[in-house]
Every structure is written in C-alpha cells, then in structure tokens.
Write a protein that binds this ligand. Structure first.
Ligand SMILES: Cc1cc2nc3c(=O)[nH]c(=O)nc-3n(C[C@H](O)[C@H](O)[C@H](O)COP(=O)(O)OP(=O)(O)OC[C@H]3O[C@@H](n4cnc5c(N)ncnc54)[C@H](O)[C@@H]3O)c2cc1C
Length: 368
C-alpha cells in the first residue's frame, strides 16, 4: 500500500482559478500544491475577455502589467442574429476590458509560482474526511493518497470537490437556436443539440455555415482561427438560488471558480470572477494564519481556525455571486427569445435589479 503524503494546502485543478489561488497564497507567503489532471497546462479555447474587476485581481497578483503587453483592448461588440441577420452594436462599459490568449494568462500565472507547486497528471478521484484529524484524504488516479489540512476545489464545472460538498449538479442551458460567439480572439460555437463535435475542421465548417452573410471580417476570423483552439461544449450554469443556498464549506474544504459558480458566458465574467475568488480566499486564509501555530495547536484548533477563514471567504463571495448569476440567468432567458410575458417579467427584473447593466465589472476585490 502507498504511503500517505501530508500537504498543508491542496488545490485541485490547474486552470485560471487554481493557478491564481496558488499565486495569491504564494504572494502571502503560504505554500500550496496544485493537482492538475492533464499532463500539460492547457487552456480550453483561444481567448478570454478580462474586465476591469479581473484586471484589479491580476494587479493584486502582480501579473497585470506583463499580461497587458500581449492583450488587445476591446471597445465594443456587435450582436448579429443568426436567424434574421439583424445587427446591433453593443457598446461596452467604461474601464479596462481586454482580450488575451488563454494560454498567455495560464502561463503568466504559472511562471510566477515556485518550482514544484504544480503536479501534472494528478487526477483526483475521491475525497473523504478523516474523522480523527479533520483533514481531507484525497485519492488520486495515479495511486497517490494525500492528506491535506486545507482542500480547495478549483476543478471546474464537473468538480469532484463540489460533489464532496454536496453542491447541486450544474444545469445545461438549451438555446432555441444555434448561437455563435465571436470575439477578437475567440470563436465559440454553442449548439442546442447534444452532439459534441470533436473534429475541429467540422466545427469550423459548422460555424461558417451558420454565419453565412456575416461581415467579411468575421468570416475571415473564423476561417483563420487556430483549429486546435476550437471546441464545442454545452453551456452550463448554476442557478442563482443554488448559489444563494449552497453549502460551500465542509470542514476545511471549499471551492472556487467554476466549481463554485459556473455561469453562462453572456456577461463574459467567469474568468474575472474566478480571479476575484482567488484574492479573497487567500486573504481570508492569510488573516487567520497568524492565529494558527502548527507546532502547538492541536488539529481540531487548526480545523476550527481554517473553518472560520473559509466561512469568511464564503460570506464575502456569496451575494456578489448571487447577483452575477442572476444577471447572467436573466440575460440567458432573454437571449432565448421567450414568450411575451416571460420577456416582460425578465425585462422588469433587469431594470429594477440591474439598472446599470455593466456595474458588475466595477467590483473591486480589494487588496490581497
Ligand atoms: C464559450 C465560453 C466563453 C467564455 N468567455 C469568457 C470570457 O470572455 N471572459 C471570462 O472571464 N470568462 C469566460 N468564460 C468562462 C471562463 O472560461 C471560466 O469561468 C474559467 O475558465 C473558469 O476557470 P476555472 O479555473 O474555475 O475552471 P477551468 O478552467 O475549468 O479549470 C479547471 C481545471 O481543473 C482540472 N480538473 C478538473 N477535474 C479535475 C480532477 N478531478 N483532478 C485534477 N484536476 C482536475 C481541469 O483539467 C482544469 O485544468 C467563458 C466560458 C465559455 C464556455
């Protein structure tokens, strides 16, 4: 039988959120280990738009200036109906909005971590709590078993850690028609069927087929896009009421990023909000750390103090996430072209709750 390794802080998932959380902890002088199931750090998709709130978080992580060098400023967008061809300019809010390659973001976070932080090829299969020490026992596919004092699940929408916490499974958004999202660095093709096209060439053809008649600039973007970065996925989300009521902490285990709050891509906020999570989680853990003396405190005291830090993190995040997921949810319903009454109610709710529809990007996660 393999010997059990002991690690103080384990982060499951080496995506944007996992790497940002490890970096935020590192900036506070706290060591952690990131377990990533893939053999390389690979971002799904080509580009990502980071809004002002995300740049605030990247600034706190000390990587914003370098990332700006390879990014493009986004000035606005355009909605074009696939069905009717109707075009509508979509001005973006004031403040910093930039598109950058996902791979650059991942690289920018990873290269600032101390060597040995990221463990690739480490898929977490299961988690259980050791009743004696209150620590998590993590079973990996490669046979390793790890005992962790703190476990943070940043393992995306199909999170093993969220399952362990008993969070509601993600829901799938069905569109009444096919929808294509194009940005200056990414092409996302969202289809309502369950068919998942794995062949990038087929995906490119399907996209071109559905945007026939779009401006040449957009057609060219799809034609010349990097085929390796094309993927198709069903749109997932967590309902606002599941976020309002979700129990995001059990013992010394919590979640962040898509594992906590996957949202439809309509506000383009998933990545930026994951960066906010990282800052706030690291800050809460660092604030309690001076109260935890590993040598003299018993494991129950440590678990209690970590639990307090995680509760503070969940408290700070919850209403921010409920608001964002509600706005995304209502936007998603309106995009589906619902019956008149539903449209009317959603529009009223949008006006009342989100009179400034771009206020979500003015959020400041504060200092690390
Ligand atoms: C079409 C589309 C467009 C989008 N556009 C934008 C945008 O413009 N701006 C924006 O801010 N957001 C956007 N988003 C959302 C954004 O991509 C996500 O919110 C963000 O990537 C979440 O990061 P994460 O690290 O939480 O999860 P992920 O990126 O999913 O990372 C999870 C990581 O965990 C690993 N993992 C999973 N399970 C395990 C396991 N059991 N053991 C070990 N490792 C595991 C995975 O391999 C992966 O590396 C978009 C999303 C979609 C679908």
């Amino acid at each position: 039988m393999n010997e059990m390794e002991e690690i103080e802080i384990v982060i499951v998932g080496g995506g944007i959120c996992g790497l940002a959380t490890a970096l935020a902890l590192h900036r506070k002088g706290i060591k952690s280990v990131v377990l990533e199931k893939s053999e390389t750090l690979r971002a799904t998709g080509a580009g990502i738009t980071i809004r002002a709130n995300g740049w605030c978080a990247l600034h706190q992580l000390g990587v914003a200036s370098n990332l700006r060098l390879t990014s493009l400023t986004v000035q606005g967008g355009k909605n074009i109906s696939v069905a009717s061809g109707k075009q509508q300019e979509r001005p973006f809010e004031k403040g910093e909005i930039r598109c950058l390659r996902r791979s650059e973001l991942i690289k920018g976070l990873a290269e600032n971590l101390p060597p040995g932080t990221i463990h690739l090829g480490c898929q977490v299969l299961s988690i259980r709590l050791d009743p004696l020490s209150s620590r998590s026992i993590i079973q990996l596919q490669n046979g390793r078993t790890i005992k962790a004092t703190v476990l943070i699940g940043c393992d995306g929408a199909n999170s093993v850690v969220a399952d362990f916490l008993g969070l509601k499974p993600v829901k799938f958004l069905s569109l009444s028609q096919e929808s294509v999202m194009l940005t200056s660095t990414s092409v996302s093709y969202l289809k309502r069927t369950n068919v998942v096209a794995k062949d990038p060439e087929l995906l490119q053809q399907m996209t071109l087929e559905s945007i026939k008649g779009f401006p040449t600039k957009m057609l060219d973007m799809v034609k010349h896009s990097d085929r390796d970065s094309l993927s198709i996925s069903r749109m997932k989300y967590q309902a606002p009421w599941d976020i309002l009521l979700g129990s995001f902490r059990k013992g010394t285990v919590t979640v962040a990023g898509d594992a906590m709050h996957v949202m439809g891509p309509f506000l383009g906020q998933g990545g930026s909000v994951a960066l906010e999570d990282a800052i706030i989680l690291a800050r809460c853990l660092a604030q309690k750390r001076h109260e935890i003396d590993i040598k003299t405190n018993g494991s129950q005291v440590i678990a209690y103090k970590v639990g307090e830090a995680l509760d503070q993190y969940v408290k700070e995040r919850r209403m921010r996430l409920v608001r964002l997921s509600t706005q995304t949810y209502l936007t998603g319903i309106l995009i589906k072209n619902p019956p008149l009454l539903v449209r009317f109610v959603c529009n009223i709710l949008m006006k009342v709750l989100f009179s400034d529809s771009t206020a979500h990007s003015q959020y400041d996660c504060g200092r690390l």
